[in-house]
Structures are given as C-alpha cells and as structure tokens.
Design a protein around this ligand. Structure first.
Ligand SMILES: O=P(O)(O)OP(=O)(O)OP(=O)(O)OC[C@H]1O[C@@H](n2cnc3c(O)ncnc32)[C@H](O)[C@@H]1O
Ligand SMILES: [Mg+2]
Length: 198
C-alpha cells in the first residue's frame, strides 16, 4: 500500500518512511507525484495546519494524502515557538538560524536550559473532505550547547526525558521509537487498520 506524504521537509520523509516500512506501507513524498505549489499555513493550531495541508493536496490529487504539523514548545518562552517553529527566526529561516534564535532567547533570560516538548499532529485527508487525525508528544528539555548531527531542526538542542543524549545523537530507529512523530504515525496506522478506510 502506498501513502502520499505532503511535506517539503526531507527529515520528516526519512523518519516516516522508516517508521511505516514495517507495516508494509510505502511512503511517497508529494514532490515525487505532482508539482503543486505549497499551501499557506495560516492555522492557529497544529491540527488546523495539518488538516489544511492534507486536504489541499488530497483535493489537488484526487486521492488520500497525509500531512503533519509539528513544533517545539519551550516552557521558558511561554510555549513558543510552537506553530511558528519552522519560521522562528523569520520566513524561510534555516534550522541553524532557528537554533541560534532559540539559544539567544534562553540566554537573554539568563537560562542554560528549559523544560520543553515536541508535538506532532498528523492528518490523513480524503478528497471528499473528511479526515482522520492523531497526535504524539515527547517531553524533555532544551539546552544552549548544540550536540549531534542526526535528525533535523531543533534536535541538537533537545534532550528527551530519561536521556543524556540530544535527539540529534540518537539513531533514526531510536528517535522514531520515542519521538512525537513516531508516536503520532504509529497511532494513525492503527486507526487506519481499525476503520479499514483505505
Ligand atoms: O510543513 P512541512 O512541509 O511539512 O515542513 P515544515 O518543516 O515546514 O514543517 P512544520 O510546518 O510542521 O514545522 C515544523 C518545525 O518544527 C520543528 N520540528 C518539528 N519536529 C521536529 C523534530 O523531530 N526535530 C527537530 N525539529 C522539529 C522544525 O523546526 C520544523 O521545521
Ligand atoms: Mg511548514
């Protein structure tokens, strides 16, 4: 079975491909199927954004599409960057720029770390308009000294609860076992199997 995953983030594609492989699901990134301009992400919540992305592409393609919206919530920053995680340092900011901004914001407050969590909302939308969704989170803390080269985004600054290593120091399989995204996609596959909607 194949599932089209609407994302421009290569890190997400790598993780979700690996996660769904053992369920016999072939995850195909949208840009390998059709060249459609990206939709806006104007929602105020992760769920709204994930649904917006999924339904936009499901309608454009005429078949079910999965999308994900995720982010990092930092306690010391009142939950920011949250839904703005990919554009924390500005529109089209790189991971490095976003990480630098996070370190600055913590240091400005005299902090070297803060409790934080990653959140992921996943939606599979059908062209007719309905959708199924699931979510996952992983708690931990953010630090101001980046470590590791795996993963993507804020991973060099995020240490999951119960770990000494940053998310960027974990293998792909290990990250998938404990991550917000790994949990959300695991739950979505169960839902799809239960409802037999495919
Ligand atoms: O919208 P798409 O095309 O899927 O790609 P995106 O990178 O813009 O994805 P989001 O809008 O969902 O923004 C999520 C951001 O949150 C951060 N993030 C989410 N999950 C992460 C993870 O597992 N590791 C590190 N950073 C993560 C990272 O900055 C992402 O760019
Ligand atoms: Mg995005």
């Amino acid at each position: 079975m194949r599932i089209i995953f609407a994302t421009k983030n290569r890190g997400k594609v790598r993780e979700v491909k690996e996660k769904l492989k053992r369920f016999g699901i072939d995850v195909v990134p949208i840009d390998e199927v059709k060249n459609v301009p990206s939709p806006e992400e104007t929602g105020e919540t992760f769920l709204e954004n994930a649904y917006q992305k999924a339904i936009y592409y499901a309608r454009a393609l005429g078949e079910p599409v999965i999308a994900e919206d995720s982010g990092l919530e930092v306690e010391a920053l009142g939950g920011r960057p949250g839904v703005y995680s990919s554009r924390f340092a500005g529109e089209n900011a790189t991971d490095e720029e976003n990480n630098r901004k996070l370190i600055e914001e913590l240091k400005k407050r005299g902090l070297e770390e803060s409790p934080a969590r990653y959140v992921s909302f996943v939606v599979v939308a059908f062209p007719e308009g309905m959708g199924l969704w699931s979510e996952g989170e992983v708690k931990g803390k953010v630090i101001t000294e980046p470590r590791g080269s795996g993963g993507f985004g804020y991973d060099p600054l995020f240490i999951p609860e119960g770990y000494e290593r940053t998310m960027a120091e974990l293998s792909l399989e290990e990250k998938n076992r404990i991550s917000h995204r790994g949990k959300a996609f695991g739950k979505l596959v169960k839902l799809i199997e239960e409802i037999r909607c495919w």
